[in-house]
Design a protein around this ligand. Sequence first.
Ligand code: RIB
Ligand code: CA
Length: 343
Amino acid sequence: MSTRRLIVDVDTGIDDSLALLYLLASPEAEIVGIASTSGNVPSAQVAANNLNWLGVCDAPDIEVALGAHAPLVAPLRTTEDTHGPQGVGYAVLPDAGRVLSGRNAATMWAELVRARPGEITGLVTGPLTNLALAIREEPELPRLLRRLVVMGGAFNHPGNTTPTAEWNVSVDPEAAKEVFDAFSGLPEGRRPVLCGLDVTETIEMKPHHVRRLAREAGSTPAEIISPDDGPEVRSTASNQVIRHMSDAIRFYMDFHRTHDQGFLAHMHDPFAAAVALNPGLARTRPATVDVELHGRLTRGTTVADWVGHWNRDPNVDIAVSTDPVVFFDDLIDRVGRFAKSVG
Ligand code: RIB
Ligand code: CA
């Protein structure tokens, strides 16, 4: 199993948290850097969450860099109602006592890809602010990166932030456009893979998935998440990874329920992380994607030209379908066994 080196750019966030755990649990994954981007919560809180999850997981001393506080142009918008006051739902992560990198996220991106041309896969599960800044710092970045996988956008699917726009792109549309434009011209097999809501909203994590995860980790008692749990309820799982992850996920399930989506959690980011390790997990279609910046109603919307209306070559591969059962079986196996090893 060959090693997949990754830069992970996150706005941790509940599903970003599970994406980090999935990669830490994956023997073939080597995270060479974590960029902390403002989105779900401000970048300083994102960075603290990243450091503290590494502590909970007793992970190696992986570089965590602080990203820009605000988007390129737009004022910062965050969404604590979705991810909790600190971005990790009901979880209260112990202070890991780990320190931030001495370089910012954009410089970390640029210097890591220069040092290892063609070796690193980029995974972005938050706004594209710091990747855009990194490309300004190193214009060759798209060609120095082995591949880019992004959780972002909505194509033949409604938005989750406006009727047509998805959160990560909506927070920083200018950055998304700069990134998609910069990655234009790459050959087939090197184009960014976009995991948009079309597919990630089929990844519906439910209480039985959490129960299986805890059982796989050997955690006791049985981890039963109920829609009747009040906001004051906290997990009593014997396994620390399960305990904190369960408290995070339950907040996300409460959010989805109060928004009439059912007592479930769309696990956008762990799906993108799984695609970064195994692109074959998703069926994709090439398209030319651009971002609406000026529409009064449509700003932040990702527009996909599937058939060449614009006479521009495809610049991305869009995930159009997957098998959620295969994904969850893999995630539960990996993260459950990893959590058991952490204890
Ligand atoms: O639209 C879903 C995306 O926005 C996910 O990455 C979630 O964590 C938020 O960042
Ligand atoms: Ca995210």
